[in-house]
Design a protein around this ligand. Structure first.
Ligand code: NAD
Ligand code: DAU
Length: 354
């Protein structure tokens, strides 16, 4: 039995689906179901006794302690977080609550549970914290990619809150001996990603003839990894990673944002030759404090844990576009009133740079 937090979100739900397809081990999935949590992602598991969903907050120590006592998991994988940089700029409070305080309380409940385990279970237990490359800050052109030794220089409320959580996780290992693992991954894309993030937003907008808002000059660089490759890396780290270690995860796929948007338009044009997409690209006002470039050096996980991504960007982006085309109802269902309010707030007319 393992406990997954945030398993109704984008990466967490992909992780659960992959895990249950490859292992007999049960999962308890603790998720608060914020705007980003969506049980439809897990609808194929309805009636599956190996997936136990619990609606709740990682910051609720009483609830987490009860779940740990009841299910006795051998590992916890912490995906739960507020994850969107733009939302952290508009309102940082939720990021502090969940990413910092929530992780702290989850660690406290875990420490008490772990301390009471008998020797073998205590040795085998793992707390795997899922984090981001954004904690390392921004790179300039041609600067070497982030290694695990890169200093922490978070620039947004989101990345600062994730950096804080990473430090807490590290401290629980050094101070209390809790067997923790931390992963710092680059930008993910793939099925079930909420269409507030770059790739799904562009696909969903293009399909409905809406403008494709590119921040600033569109030359910011991100390092893209297909979500199931992130999931396979997490499984690998959980299985053979060294407690106390951190592992960078990435696919050596650096691309400027404008190239991503153009690729999506090119692929849609291939599928719908009679439609026009490129003219929808619109440059808008830049994100405040926008990090220029992220790049992950994944040598450590490749060499020490023998992990490699299965997808290239070219295969992954095609799969992603097909998934959104085949799941129009999922798109319609997440585009609720609250989603439209967010778009209006973030992409207000005044933001246009033209
Ligand atoms: P997401 O926003 O899609 O999902 C987050 C999930 O956490 C949602 O289901 C939400 O309901 C749940 N949640 C939020 N607050 C909670 C709380 N207090 N208690 C319990 N559940 C709560 O995020 P994602 O993109 O799937 O990211 C998952 C994790 O991976 C995050 O920790 C994020 O920082 C990290 N990460 C994401 C990326 C990426 O590109 N998306 C890359 C690297 C790391
Ligand atoms: O690097 C890992 C991180 O990647 C994760 O930790 C975060 O949870 C995840 O949200 C993501 O952060 P980014 O800020 O890089 O992702 P986002 O999809 O929001 O933006 C990607 C790039 O595209 C970024 O440079 C901003 C730009 N962008 C984004 C949106 C939503 C646009 O130009 N236009 C847009 O409308």
């Amino acid at each position: 039995m393992i406990l997954v937090t945030g398993g109704a979100g984008f990466i967490g739900s992909n992780f659960i689906l992959d895990w249950l397809a490859q292992s007999d081990e049960k999962i308890v999935n603790l998720d608060k179901l914020t705007y980003a949590g969506n049980l439809q992602n897990l609808s194929s598991l309805t009636g599956n006794p190996r997936h136990i969903f619990v609606h709740g907050d990682i910051g609720d120590i009483e609830l987490v302690s009860r779940l740990l006592a009841q299910y006795q998991p051998r590992a916890i994988i912490n995906f739960a977080a507020e994850s969107h940089v733009d939302r952290s700029i508009h309102g940082p409070e939720d990021f502090i609550q969940t990413n910092i305080l929530g992780t702290f309380r989850l660690l406290e409940a875990t420490r008490a549970y772990w301390n009471a385990l008998e020797t073998a279970a205590k040795q085998n237990f793992r707390f795997l914290h899922v984090s981001t490359d954004e904690v390392y800050g921004s790179l300039i052109q041609n600067e070497p990619a982030f290694t695990e030794e890169h200093r922490y220089e978070p620039n947004s409320p989101y990345s600062a809150s994730k950096a804080s959580s990473d430090h807490l996780v590290r401290a629980y290992h050094h101070t209390y001996g809790l067997p923790v693992l931390t992963t710092n991954c680059s930008n993910n894309y793939g099925p079930f990603q909420f269409p507030e993030k770059l790739i799904p937003l562009m696909i969903v907008n293009a399909l409905t003839g809406k403008s494709l808002p590119v921040y600033g000059d569109g030359l910011q660089v991100r390092d893209w990894l297909y979500v199931t490759d992130h999931c396979s890396a997490i499984r690998r780290v959980l299985a053979v990673g060294d407690p106390g270690e951190t592992y960078n995860i990435g696919g050596w796929n650096e691309k400027p944002n404008i190239e991503i948007v153009q690729t999506i338009c090119d692929l849609l044009k291939e599928l719908y030759p009679d439609s026009m997409f490129h003219h929808l690209i619109t440059y808008v006002k830049d994100r405040p404090g926008h990090d220029r470039r992220y790049a992950i050096n994944a040598t450590k996980i490749e060499r020490e844990l023998n992990w490699k991504p299965a997808e290239t960007f070219e295969t992954g982006i095609r799969k992603t576009i097909h998934w959104y085309l085949e799941n129009r109802q999922w798109i319609a269902d997440v585009q609720t009133g609250a989603y439209r309010e967010w778009l209006e707030k973030n992409y207000a007319e005044s933001q246009s740079s033209q």
